[in-house]
Write a protein that binds this ligand. Sequence first.
Ligand code: SF4
Length: 292
Amino acid sequence: MTMQTHIKTFTPARPIWCAGCGDFAVQGVLEKSLHKMGIPPHKLMLLAGIGCSGTIQNNLPCYGYHALHGRVLPAAIGAKLANPDLTVIAAGGDGDGYAIGAGHLVHTFKSNPSIMYVVMNNCNYGLTKGQASPTSPIGYHDNPESGMDSILLGLSFPSATFIARGFSGNPEQLERLMEAALDHTESRKGFAFLEVLSPCVTYYDTHREWRARVYNVDEEEGYDPADRSMAFQRCLKLRDEGRIPIGRIFKGVHPSLESLTLNKAELPPAQQKVGHEGHREQYDKFINSYMG
Ligand code: SF4
């Protein structure tokens, strides 16, 4: 391998997104937050699902993994349990995460692993030319169903610990939310769920509409993100009024998955020596079990 090829291999690609796509703001804010929090590339694993947003892991210098459609969360949880010292970020879109991946989202709220999940919600399947997704409103491309609300879904889990929604048209607030989410997982407090309203300018340009409809709970006097029932009622009422709540919606306390499941007497799998004699014996035994 020549030096030139080597350098190219480790140079992040440029995003392939359409000019004006909301995902640019998400990536910019993510890069800034990682830099500000001093998380180095060799400590970061960024996994992404299928879709336009699912290419984000190509654009940052870090460990990257492109998951099967909808399967980004189990892969991210596996990475975290294998090496809890890694900062693990899962990313994707509403089509990937709320349709085929919805079951995994439910169980991630339930199990509370210390990973961050950023969902770039553009209310359509942008990569495959704009079909209706689980968050598309009634009437979009003749869609007869009302859109799901991931925030209300997350609030229904007693084990949820961090739920927030940002807007790519408000990068200052998004930065605060991203840092708070990263801080949550870095402190091993559990699952940080951050949905970002990220307009698809090519197939469903919601920039103006969302700017008029967002409602910032961070600025509401008396709003208490530690009060689950207040958060639920407020979000439900805002939805009925046609508003979209953004901000730090909920922050709770619950043991993280890794604190409940990892054996503290042993090093996590990725930190164990692979050449260890004991492992070789186990491996031989395993292989021999398949041989007559
Ligand atoms: S199709 Fe939409 S979501 Fe995909 S890159 Fe273009 S603007 Fe972004």
